[in-house]
Design a protein around this ligand. Structure first.
Ligand SMILES: *Cc1c(COP(=O)(O)O)cnc(C)c1O
Length: 499
């Protein structure tokens, strides 16, 4: 069962928690009891494929889903039609005690697919299990990655429609193409004149407009969101920590019970939190290493126990980590305070009122037992991409390079040479301009601004890696969406689409 981090009395099934997304008091849903695993359970994962491992992990959390329901959701999500590697989340050896866990083999070439491929199926099942009659309309404002991953996941899922709004000027050419070529009878993509803030504010206003929502309800529609605080996005992310460990066991790189450290490039804290759940359940994890870019609010928090959102926002080369409010952190607070929901509510109110809160010495110590954190500038990120390519012939995207750099610093500063898994969150092809700038031989190549597709091919030539098929296909894909609107008109556009 699931309850809120802020203490309201709702105790809900997983299906209900996934359907609602956020608790009535504004808190996040957390499991009331954490399942524990042992070595025998862990050893059994070794001989299973990713789908089998996903089933073993998810059944511990989604206990109200039948075995068959879970297996169907998993089978629909993690297929080789959607993922370009049969391992789904393969582990690549870098050197004798460093590995990369690649979470970008899905249809949009970034880690959001790991959760957004399965969430729509879990949600669709949740609707039937809770006898929901309304048609759910997922509204998303996107600065690029999440929108496409949500479209891919929700396309053609029963009883759900999805409408994605993106800022006309605020996404990269590849990201725009990814979205406007999206197929599916239940998907709409709308460009909004203005920047990401305008778009996001527009969506928030729609969620908070009671009159608009009542009107939709009368027509049989209910709005929902697919953002990263939904338990249905978090639970599937726990799976790949176990899967990575099982792969390392299978290849003989580890003995059962031996401890591993994970380094995770972090923004909203969803990915790293999933690793924390794996550790709480009993997966032998030593340190969880949190890697940030110059938006280093989490570095400061995990180091000093002070969360201060009042700071300059930086646009960086690792844009999916350009975040000042890490919403999933509230779940960490819940577990380190041993479910002190009154305390959490106070901190969240302080954050709203004063822009910061401080957890104090006692909790800071327990945070530091598990976490280590540091951050990396854009210049260092590019240098690291160059360095990794020269040393290992591995091509890291900027997010992965941030993690790599922090992982190396952790080893230098602590002397802890425990086996390290670097969590790699995006394909380098998705950030081809930065990656090319870092790895092309500047003497022999003209670095004039090139179009996206010639950059994809150039990167493929230099690296010897194939262009991800879904990105290559964009060059010839037909455009299916061309609505452009002013931000004031977003509600009208929704009504038109739903007519
Ligand atoms: C979303 C994202 C992240 C950050 O993940 P969180 O769960 O928000 O911490 C890191 N890298 C990439 C490529 C992403 O898309």
């Amino acid at each position: 069962m699931y309850s809120s981090t802020r203490g309201c009395n709702d105790i809900l099934s997983a299906a209900e928690a996934i359907k609602r997304g956020i608790a009535a008091d504004g808190g996040l849903f957390v499991p009331t009891v954490l399942p524990k695993i042992d070595d025998i359970w862990l050893a059994k994962l070794v001989n299973l494929d990713y789908r089998g491992r996903a089933f073993e992990v998810l059944r511990l959390f989604l206990t109200d889903y039948s075995e068959e329901e879970l297996k169907n959701c998993i089978a629909a999500a993690y297929t080789t039609e959607k993922f370009d590697d049969a391992a789904i989340a393969p582990v690549t050896a870098i050197d004798h005690n460093t590995y990369a866990l690649e979470l970008w083999h899905g249809p949009t070439s970034a880690f959001k697919d790991m959760a957004l491929q399965i969430l729509p199926h879990l949600m669709s099942k949740a609707l039937s299990k809770t006898q929901e009659e309304a048609e759910i309309v997922i509204l998303t404002a996107t600065s690029g990655d999440t929108g496409k991953a949500a479209l891919e996941g929700f396309a053609n899922v029963d009883q759900i429609k999805i409408i994605v709004f993106y800022p006309e000027e605020g996404v990269s050419p590849i990201q725009r193409l990814q979205m406007v070529t999206q197929q599916g009878a239940n998907v709409s993509v709308v460009a909004v004149r203005g920047n990401f803030d305008d778009t996001q504010t527009g969506v928030k206003n729609i969620f908070n407009d009671p009159f608009f929502n009542e009107n939709l309800a009368a027509k049989g529609f209910q709005l929902s969101s697919a953002n990263s605080i939904n338990w249905g996005r978090l639970a599937p992310q726990i799976v790949y920590y176990f899967s990575a460990y099982a792969d390392l066991l299978a290849k003989g790189h580890l003995q059962l019970g031996e401890v591993v450290n994970f380094v995770v490039p972090t923004g909203n804290f969803g990915n790293l939190l999933a690793g924390y759940y794996a550790k709480l359940m009993g997966l032998p994890i030593g340190k969880l290493i949190c890697a940030s870019n110059s938006n280093n609010v989490l570095t400061e928090f995990l180091d000093q126990g002070v969360y201060n959102k009042v700071r300059t926002f930086h646009k960086t080369l690792s844009p999916s980590m350009d975040i000042l409010i890490s919403s999933n952190l509230e779940r960490l607070l819940y577990h380190i305070t041993d479910a002190d929901t009154v305390q959490i509510k106070n901190w969240m109110e302080e954050l709203n009122r004063e822009g910061q809160y401080c957890v104090g010495q006692r909790y800071l110590e327990s945070i530091k037992d598990t976490f280590w954190a540091d951050w990396v500038s854009d210049v260092e990120t590019l240098e690291k991409i160059t360095d990794i390519f020269k040393k290992y012939l591995y091509v890291a995207d900027p997010h992965t390079a941030v993690a790599w750099h922090v992982g190396e610093r952790y080893r230098q500063q602590t002397g802890d040479m425990t086996l390290q898994v670097i969590v790699s969150t995006a394909s380098p092809f998705k950030f081809n301009e930065s990656v090319l700038a870092a790895i092309r031989d500047s003497k022999n190549s003209n670095s004039d601004k090139k179009d996206e597709f010639s950059m994809l091919h150039e990167l493929s030539q230099i690296s010897g890696w194939p262009v991800p098929p879904a990105l290559a296909a964009l060059e010839k894909a037909p455009i299916c969406h061309s609505i452009l609107c002013n931000k004031e008109d977003m509600p009208l556009v929704i009504n038109d689409i739903l007519e």
